[in-house]
Design a binder for this molecule. Sequence first.
Ligand code: FES
Length: 106
Amino acid sequence: MSGNKKEFVRVCSVNDIAEGQAKAFHVGNKHIAVYFSEGKYYATDDICSHEHEHLSEGWLEGHVVECPKHGAQFDLKTGDAVSLPATEPIAVYTVKVENGDVLIEE
Ligand code: FES
């Protein structure tokens, strides 16, 4: 019944990311960006859906990240592209914090 049961995996410590910052991590074969903004953690694929750019190097405002290359913005809650030039969403991951660690659901 639960052959596709999802599991949480550790990405980093809560101390690895300062408020208003993001960082990239390898989780298995994925490149994940973890963001800490206004007291909340978010996780997405690190690569922009427009071209190959690291969103972890972009600018954060609330639950929106702006790509450093051409300025596309993504909603970190849904992954939706909320401004051009990106039109495709990015993958987002459910995050939980446990015992000082940031975990994402795979
Ligand atoms: S690579 Fe991100 S907006 Fe172009």
